[in-house]
Design a protein around this ligand. Structure first.
Ligand SMILES: CC(C)(COP(=O)(O)OP(=O)(O)OC[C@H]1O[C@@H](n2cnc3c(N)ncnc32)[C@H](O)[C@@H]1OP(=O)(O)O)[C@@H](O)C(=O)NCCC(=O)NCCS
Length: 492
């Protein structure tokens, strides 16, 4: 940092704190400034000027950014998105080229290791991943103990947390907190890290298939030999008693593999941030991936494809589309599958998915909901309300229809998003562990706006008072219990 006495460099920001008159010059690197530079804008706490202890003015200025609307938390080499132009690139390769020419597992390699693999590198990687599809027998008992109607994401999330228990040698709490950060210099650590990546990718399809079979009341199936990643997943889901020669339909395999590829990474979204937040404590990667599943499970993240299908079913048919559009414009409904925080023109993935949908419908038959979806898309794209707000179809607009056509239960859709995203999460986790700067625990700041210091009042001296809604525990209904009435009558 330089002072204003010197001429400020071109790539810098000059900030004057009007409370104190102090000026700092903050370097701009790659169009970003270090948030900690603002800590220099500190001053003595001054009650006259309305300072409170809780404002921490002596610790310097803080950046308040709820929802991370403009905070970069990593420097990354993995994925680039330009939301204005509708660009998505992994390691520099446009998503359109990858979707056309690559496979999910090859793209996973690219995300993880930075380059497209050579033939021998790919063989080694895919062999390792598929070698690790088997799970401990006890895990079958864990998965088998869920209710048949448990949400598949609840099962997946639990499965990853449980898987960590079967790899004590990979648990920093047991064998040393630096086992992954040492990978920068230690060959053994690097191997340990990559082995967990192979295991997580391999076992992901097995536990995801187990979650499906629990849902359908079917016996679990052993991972097959000699099939591709996506083929193995479909095999473990669908194989019944056709004998070991059973093979999933190649067009379905190809389509699902493309969908997996399209979902493999999307830079710093909510679930990736959750994986890195948890990973920054140096916990084992199984726990970090379980956290990613939890974040993705939320309806604001991984649930939109499901919402699209429910919306299309509720609209019913093409003639009801205009009325629905009017309802959206009156803000009585949301057009699920439209709009994106980052993409303000087209979402490049939605264009590719539209083509995949046609391949699938050629086999499964055309879903009548597709006509409703197309009419809805066309009506929205030509309506000023959506044009002015720059709302376009996103990745979820057509993916739900494909999953439905393939016969996946609606509550299984988020699994089909989470499964490929594990590759992206692991790529970001690996990048973080290997960071030359080391790993800093993600410990955000807060702006405290609560009470100042006050003295404890003993229970017997506290007066009954009216409180605002939500400022005391709710009285919940226990239909079979008299405890609520007893509690109310005790006048505690
Ligand atoms: C993705 C999403 C959460 C982005 O939200 P955001 O960046 O915060 O966008 P905003 O909420 O600021 O939207 C700006 C305006 O467009 C409207 N809008 C955004 N998405 C809309 C949608 N899908 N249907 C109807 N109106 C929408 C908002 O109501 C707002 O209108 P206003 O200016 O009159 O208040 C939002 O577009 C959405 O809810 N989409 C539907 C869910 C979905 O498909 N999610 C998957 C994303 S991959």
């Amino acid at each position: 940092m330089v002072t204003t006495a010197q001429k400020a460099p071109e790539h810098s920001l000059t900030i004057t704190d009007n409370r104190t008159g102090k000026t700092i010059v903050v370097p701009i690197e790659r169009n970003s400034i270090p948030a900690t530079a603002l800590k220099k804008l500190a001053r003595k706490q001054d009650a006259q000027q309305g300072d409170k202890l809780e404002d921490e003015v002596e610790g310097g200025l803080r950046v308040y950014d709820p929802g991370f609307m403009n905070t970069a938390v990593v420097q990354s080499r993995i994925t680039f998105i330009d939301g204005e132009k509708g660009i998505l690139r992994h390691r520099g390769y446009p998503i359109e080229q990858l979707a056309e020419k690559s496979s999910f597992l090859e793209t996973a390699y690219l995300l993880l290791y930075g380059e497209l693999p050579t033939k021998s590198q790919y063989t080694l990687f895919s062999n390792e991943v598929l070698h690790h599809t088997f799970v401990h027998r006890d895990l079958q008992e864990i998965m088998g103990s869920f209710r048949h109607d448990a949400h598949p994401m609840a099962m997946l999330e639990s499965a990853f947390a449980a898987l960590g228990a079967y790899a004590p040698e990979a648990n920093p709490s047991l064998v040393g907190q630096n086992i992954y950060t040492n990978a920068r210099t230690s060959e053994a650590s690097l191997q340990l890290m990559d082995k967990q990546i192979f295991r997580l990718l391999g076992k992901a399809i097995t536990v995801a298939a187990m979650a499906y079979r629990m849902r359908m009341g079917r016996q679990f199936v052993k991972p097959p030999a000699g099939l591709s990643y996506t083929e193995s997943f479909l095999y473990m889901m669908d194989h019944l008693n056709e004998g070991s020669s059973y093979r999933p339909h190649p067009t379905i395999v190809k389509a699902l593999d493309t969908l997996f590829l399209l979902h493999a990474d999307h830079e710093m979204n909510a679930s990736c941030a959750a994986v890195l937040q948890v990973g920054s404590t140096l916990v084992d990667p199984y726990s970090a991936i379980a956290a990613g599943c939890a974040a993705l499970y939320g309806p604001l993240h991984g649930g939109a494809n499901e919402a699209v299908v429910r919306m299309l079913v509720s609209i019913g048919s093409v003639e009801n589309v205009p009325a629905f559009i009017e309802k959206v414009k009156r803000k009585e409904a949301v057009l699920s599958g439209f709009g994106h925080r980052i993409y303000r023109s087209t979402d490049p993935r939605s264009t590719i998915i539209r083509k995949v949908a046609e391949d699938i419908f050629a086999i499964t038959g055309r879903d009548p909901l597709l006509d409703t979806a197309l009419a809805l898309r066309d009506a929205a794209l030509s309506d000023p309300y959506f044009k002015e707000r720059r709302l376009y179809p996103n990745v979820d607009f057509f993916s739900g229809l494909i999953y439905r056509a393939l016969g996946f239960p609606t509550d299984y859709f988020p699994i089909l998003f989470a499964l490929p995203r594990i590759a992206g999460w692991l790529a970001h986790w690996r990048q973080m562990m290997l960071s030359p700067q080391g790993v800093k625990i993600w410990r955000p700041r807060q702006v405290y706006v609560g009470e100042g210091e006050r003295a404890y009042v003993p229970l017997k001296e506290r007066k009954e008072r009216k409180v605002e809604r939500g400022a005391e525990p709710s009285v919940v209904n226990h239909p079979t219990s008299t405890r609520v009435f007893l509690a109310r009558e005790s006048k505690l």
